[in-house]
Design a protein around this ligand. Structure first.
Ligand SMILES: NC(=O)c1ccc[n+]([C@@H]2O[C@H](COP(=O)([O-])OP(=O)(O)OC[C@H]3O[C@@H](n4cnc5c(N)ncnc54)[C@H](O)[C@@H]3O)[C@@H](O)[C@H]2O)c1
Length: 399
């Protein structure tokens, strides 16, 4: 079978198979196993080189300070002064080597892995180059801008026998694991529909010395970032794929640029996205990066109840109301479950990198891997094409 179309692959560690067709979330937890504490690889240290010392690298380096199994041995950025700034964040006193050319860094023989933390449009090229240089790779979300690029990256993983893990930290965060576990174990029957959104202010305005002269901010360029669905939506869409446990089939979307008063851009600043999955469940995602909305809450509606996550808690409404409150129906009080708290994104980043350490030790498989991350790119790419061509897109059209 052609692996490029094998979207149902379920061979990653810690994920037990559940028939997608029924989505009957009975007792199967379907939770990724990250290592929370303890000796994950018998004291061996793995050396990593980071390409891209921009804003995101601060979080990655901060998280790696809590992952003693991985040592940051090299940094690379085309803007030299950023490497010094990031090296100063490394807490174990280790001094990484600096490179302005990633290919020179990839030649560093003692490097076990590369973290690609560069703009979205570079991921395909840089990841494949790192794999070809014999390194395992951690790459920030989104995996790439197109399904075709994801396929090339998956081919490179197969060719090189190296691992590729995509940085979608919610897969490893305690809060999101709790969400998935509650949906799986407490709501009997199929999840039919989800209502998800991101509303926030515009993207960070970079400092004047962050990019080489004449290079604009990639997030404002649609061809380099993919716009709001790739940049914001990739996170909750990935969670939705995890929860629905089914392949996206078709996508309809309207997107545009509403607030031209913010900054000059051609990247989409708002979107509405509807996705039909193979099991007939429907995802409804909305977002904008020009203004704040109501408190973010994501809701998953099932045949026999609904689960909402937001404001630091999970709220579960059981049952299947056959009427409305005004007609005398007693609406049961929801079960409220506090989330572990803290910073779910930050904790998830530490856990995803601890998981990556186990991948380097050969004890775990990359999670999420390219096959899983490609599903999100299918939705992102199809959404942009749908908005442009004003029609529903079958994801098979994307290759
Ligand atoms: N997982 C998350 O929550 C999360 C959050 C923020 C960003 N991201 C992702 O991280 C990636 C980077 O985002 P960012 O906010 O750090 O962007 P950024 O613009 O702040 O940083 C990107 C850096 O890459 C460098 N770079 C570009 N080309 C290079 C090359 N050829 N060699 C070396 N360095 C190069 C740039 O000089 C810049 O310093 C994006 O893919 C973004 O989507 C993920």
């Amino acid at each position: 079978m052609n692996d490029k179309r094998n979207f149902s692959r379920r061979n990653f560690i810690g994920i037990s198979g559940v028939a997608s067709a029924g989505l009957a979330f009975s007792s199967s937890p379907l939770i990724a196993q990250s290592v929370v504490n303890g000796d994950s690889n018998s004291g061996k240290k793995y050396k990593i080189g980071i390409v891209g010392c921009g804003n995101r690298s601060k979080n990655i380096i901060g998280a790696l300070n809590s992952v003693p199994e991985i040592e940051i041995s090299a940094l690379c950025d085309i803007v030299e002064h950023k490497m010094g700034l990031r090296a100063a964040l490394i807490k174990n006193g280790h001094k990484p080597r600096f490179y302005t050319d990633m290919h020179q860094m990839f030649k560093q023989d003692d490097l076990d892995a590369i973290a690609v933390i560069t703009p979205n449009y570079t991921h395909r090229e840089y990841v494949i180059a790192a794999l070809e240089a014999g390194k395992h790779v951690f790459c920030e979300k989104p995996m790439a801008l197109t399904v075709a690029d994801c396929n090339l990256m998956i081919d490179a993983v197969k060719r090189t026998h190296k691992s590729l893990q995509i940085g979608t930290q919610r897969r490893h965060s305690s809060d999101y694991k709790m969400l998935v576990e509650n949906i799986r174990t407490k709501i009997n029957g199929k999840i039919l529909y989800s209502d998800l959104f991101d509303y926030r202010g515009d993207w960070r305005a970079p400092e004047a010395d962050e990019y080489p002269a004449g290079v604009g901010y990639w997030r404002l360029d649609q061809s380099k970032s993919g716009g709001v669905v790739y940049e914001m939506g990739a996170h909750i869409i990935d969670v939705n794929n995890w929860i629905f446990d089914s392949e996206p089939v078709s996508v309809s979307s309207i997107q545009g640029i509403n607030n031209l008063s913010l900054r000059k851009r051609d990247s989409m600043d708002h979107a509405g996205v509807l996705v039909r999955y193979a099991n007939d469940a429907l995802m409804n995602y909305g977002s904008n990066v020009y203004n704040y909305g109501a408190a973010a809450a994501d809701t998953f509606f099932g045949v026999n109840g609904s689960v909402q996550m937001g404001s630091g808690q999970i709220s579960i409404k059981y049952g299947n109301p056959k009427g409305v409150a005004q007609q005398g129906l007693v609406i049961p009080k929801p079960e409220l479950i506090s989330l572990p708290g803290g910073n779910p994104e930050g904790e998830g980043v530490i856990q995803e990198l601890k998981h990556f350490a186990l991948v380097l030790a050969g004890k775990e498989k990359a999670y999420p891997d390219g096959y899983i991350a490609r599903q999100t790119v299918q939705i992102c790419e199809a959404s942009v094409r749908s908005a442009k061509e004003r029609r529903e897109i079958d994801v098979k059209e994307l290759g």
